[in-house]
Design a protein around this ligand. Structure first.
Ligand SMILES: Cc1cc2nc3c(=O)[nH]c(=O)nc-3n(C[C@H](O)[C@H](O)[C@H](O)COP(=O)(O)OP(=O)(O)OC[C@H]3O[C@@H](n4cnc5c(N)ncnc54)[C@H](O)[C@@H]3O)c2cc1C
Length: 478
């Protein structure tokens, strides 16, 4: 049994949904595109699982959060795929791939061949067993990666109203689940080995703000230690969590959020891997010319950082999905993927966004005892990252823009004094277009690639000179 498609997307998550929409926008013909997914439902906005999905009232349920509603685009229901002649092969895993023969073998025994393959297999949640602790199968131990996990988490929460939960892990899954548990009136203790929550992104000072807020909502923190074992009752339910520091916490339920691992297994030994993911170039093309990779599984060059990164954020999945379709359908018109990392989270009534890179010196701004504050990261004399809690739409757009522009920063004290005003004023400068390669940080143009770019370059250079003059004046004036 076998079928052949021109384009096959392997994986049916966020990236797959956004790629499908882009294929349709660019005019794919009926019967050319196929999406194969282990999940039984059409692509959906995965971040909803730890937010709206877990609310005790008016919880989000499919079909309300199918992609691409998260980016204010069309909601792609199974009917939409059918109407556009896209074959959705759901509830079906791919168990092997042969990139030389351009074939995939599914768990149902079908061979699907392709001309172009887009790997969008995302990642899986790391299991406790990988850290030497058993008990993941217990009925009151939950993970959160897909809709089946989310349904299970809801059922377990509902089975122990007013009960005690331990959340293992202080990353965004742990933080968002802890908040949802509290909203569901469950007592929460968070356990993680680091000194503070969100250790990969937050500084101690930023983390402190959120931890204090969580404490005010009744969350306990046990930091600097890890889970060593569970106690079980005669039904195999976890009754207590034993920590390496010798303490024991009695529990009604456990939520584990200890990281993810990209699903690269099908391609090991066939494609070049890097940073735990499938290495791709600026066109999101892997070491095999017919195979592309996007989303959590892809390690792609982040131009602004001058290095390959693998990101685990929904915005990156959406944007590279869009780009890969252009790279495949219009290779001559498509440049290299140029992306500034963006990550956000919403917890309780709090909401933050982060752009860029969190390296170098940190400059805080705003009122950390109030509801809006932020930070900039300055590395090698340039602003490379920006964080904001409690901003307006315009303010978030401003920090996004200032991070992309990477302005030179000579005086950190001045930057601290200006705070958010700095991002807002830089972002209000006239847009530089068309989008040729500009590093506003250096206030220089890279080599124009084509003749028309040269003309545009003159205009842009003039804009940049004006920007530099204005910026210099502002710095002195402020
Ligand atoms: C609960 C939760 C909350 C999140 N919240 C945020 C947030 O607030 N902000 C943010 O920036 N990011 C957030 N993320 C991260 C974001 O959802 C991911 O970055 C994004 O989903 C990545 O998209 P993807 O398409 O690469 O992978 P996924 O969306 O994970 O999709 C991968 C798909 O591939 C399928 N698959 C894998 N292997 C196979 C196989 N062999 N055969 C067939 N199908 C296969 C999977 O079943 C899945 O459907 C969150 C993630 C989770 C789990």
């Amino acid at each position: 049994m076998g079928r052949a498609f021109v384009y096959v997307i392997l994986g049916g998550g966020v990236a797959a949904g956004y790629a499908a929409l882009e294929f349709v926008k660019k005019g794919v013909s009926h019967g050319e595109l196929c999406i194969i997914s282990e999940e039984p439902v059409a692509p959906y906005e995965r971040p909803a699982l730890s937010k709206g999905f877990l609310l005790p009232e008016a919880a989000a349920r499919l079909p309300s959060f199918h992609t691409c509603v998260g980016a204010n685009e069309e909601r792609l229901t199974p009917k939409w795929y059918k109407e556009h002649g896209i074959e959705l092969v759901l509830g079906t895993g791919v168990k092997s791939a042969d990139v030389k023969r351009k074939t995939l073998l599914t768990t149902t025994g079908e061979t699907i061949s392709y001309k172009f393959l887009i790997v969008a297999t995302g990642a899986r949640a790391l299991k406790l067993e990988e850290f030497g602790v058993s008990g993941s199968d217990a009925e009151n131990v939950c993970y959160l990666r897909d809709i089946a996990d989310a349904n299970r988490l809801v059922n377990v929460m509902q089975s122990c109203p007013g009960g005690n939960a331990v959340v293992i892990g202080g990353g965004y899954i742990g933080m968002e689940c802890a908040a949802s548990l509290v909203i569901n009136k469950i007592n929460v203790t968070m356990v993680f080995p680091e000194e503070h929550c969100m250790a990969r992104l937050f500084t101690t000072k930023i983390a402190n703000y959120y931890e204090e807020y969580y404490k005010s909502r009744g969350v306990n923190f046990v930091k600097g230690t890890v889970l060593s074992s569970f106690d079980f009752d005669s039904n195999g339910k976890v009754t207590a969590v034993n920590l390496r520091d010798g303490s024991t916490l009695s529990v009604d339920m456990v939520v584990v959020g200890i990281g993810i691992r990209p699903n690269t297994g099908l391609f090991e030994g066939q494609l070049t891997l890097e940073k735990g993911g499938i290495k791709v170039n600026g066109m999101l093309q892997s070491s095999n010319g017919s195979v592309y990779a996007i989303g959590d599984v892809a390690a792609f060059p982040v131009k602004a950082f001058g290095e390959t990164r693998r990101l685990e954020h929904v915005d990156s999945a959406r944007k590279c999905a869009k780009h890969v379709v252009a790279a495949i359908l219009e290779p001559d018109k498509t440049g290299e993927f140029d992306y500034i990392p963006f990550f956000y989270s919403r917890i309780f009534t709090l909401s933050w966004q982060f752009y860029g890179d969190n390296v170098g010196e940190v400059v805080y701004y705003g009122d950390m005892s109030g509801s809006a504050f932020g930070a900039y990261w300055v590395s090698k004399g340039h602003l490379v990252g920006a964080f904001l809690e409690g901003g307006t739409k315009e303010e978030y757009e401003a920090i996004a823009k200032v991070t992309r522009l990477r302005p030179a920063i000579e005086d950190l004290t001045e930057l601290e004094r200006l705070g958010l005003k700095f991002a807002v004023s830089v972002s209000q400068k006239p847009a530089v277009s068309p989008p040729v390669e500009i590093r506003a940080s250096d206030l220089l143009l890279e080599k124009p690639l084509y003749a028309w770019h040269a003309t545009a370059g003159v205009i842009i250079a003039a804009s940049i000179a004006a920007f530099a003059y204005f910026y210099g004046k502002k710095r002195r004036r402020w």
